[in-house]
Design a protein. Structure first.
Length: 295
């Protein structure tokens, strides 16, 4: 697999977002206010740069509204996922959210009239099996079909819609302008929501404020500038499936910093997951028969 600039950007983005569940597990603030400050600090840092460097270009009204819609979709995704993690387990929330490649594939087929390659569906099945192996089959016997479950599923659906809409917008708008508009919309939307729900905007520890800034710089700006660039130049289905690999990196980080255990089963599941992602980067569109005869 040739490491082109979009693929390198995708790898960089995945590495950056992989620390996000670790930071949320610290429970230094509510999921909703944490999502707000992630967007607010990100746009506070980005806006002066794009204005002073004259890298911001206001697109047409239609594209501006679509970029703002992307911001609202992404903000909603982050908010409900944060709540799902804090109200259940990070494992359950991560697994259900990572069903997004299925929604992206179906959305591409029905709404964008783009037929995902057979490689994508094979890779999706293999990767999801790897994800299931990673978290453990017994995990499914303990699923709670409660609000946290619904929020985690909703997060995956919102995320897939975001990827599909942003793919369309990014074909006409540069990444920095897109990110600026979407982050402004995200911040305004979450700020209003937090105020309406009587969330506290102050009273956090120094560590809490530091984590907010860390999320904004690494998990939002570095990660999503890179992923948006990759989305601009790659298929949305391939990007969405590749993002599953964050589960493997997050497990390693949790082992290093939170002393969570890594079992042989988790290693095996991670290898299967990564192999499934690799299938989608096979250079030629393949049929099932050709895939199994050549591999």
């Amino acid at each position: 697999m040739k490491l082109t600039k979009p693929r390198l950007a995708l790898i960089c983005g995945i590495l950056c977002i992989s620390i996000f569940p670790i930071l949320i597990k610290l429970r230094l603030a509510s999921g909703l206010i944490s999502a707000f400050y992630r967007m607010f600090f990100a746009v506070t840092l980005l806006l002066p740069y794009v204005l002073l460097s004259k890298n911001f270009k206001l697109p047409t009204l239609k594209l501006t509204l679509l970029a703002a819609l992307c911001g609202i979709l992404f903000a909603s995704d982050v908010a409900v996922w944060n709540i799902a993690i804090q109200d259940s387990s990070a494992t359950q929330a991560s697994l259900l959210t990572n069903l997004s490649p299925l929604w992206v594939g179906l959305g591409s087929f029905f709404f964008l009239k783009v037929r995902p390659a057979v490689n994508f569906w094979i890779g999706t099945i293999v990767s999801l099996f790897g994800m299931v192996t990673l978290v453990g089959f017994s995990f499914f016997l303990e699923l709670n079909f409660d609000q946290a479950f619904l929020f985690a599923v909703l997060s995956g659906i919102l995320y897939s819609i975001y990827l599909l809409v942003s793919k369309n917008v990014l074909s006409h708008v540069d990444v920095l302008s897109f990110m600026t508009i979407s982050l402004l919309a995200s911040s305004a939307y979450l700020g209003i929501l937090c105020y309406a729900l009587d969330e506290s905007f102050t009273g956090f520890s120094n560590t809490g404020w530091f984590v907010f800034v860390l999320q904004a710089i690494i998990c939002q700006l570095c990660a999503w500038l890179s992923i948006s660039y990759a989305t601009q130049h790659m298929r949305a289905t391939r990007v969405s499936l590749s993002l599953l690999s964050q589960a493997v990196i997050t497990s390693i980080l949790a082992w290093l910093f939170l002393e969570e255990q890594i079992t042989l089963q988790m290693v095996f599941g991670g290898m299967i997951l990564l192999f499934g992602i690799r299938i989608t980067f096979y250079d030629k569109t393949i049929s099932l028969g050709r895939f199994f005869s050549k591999n």
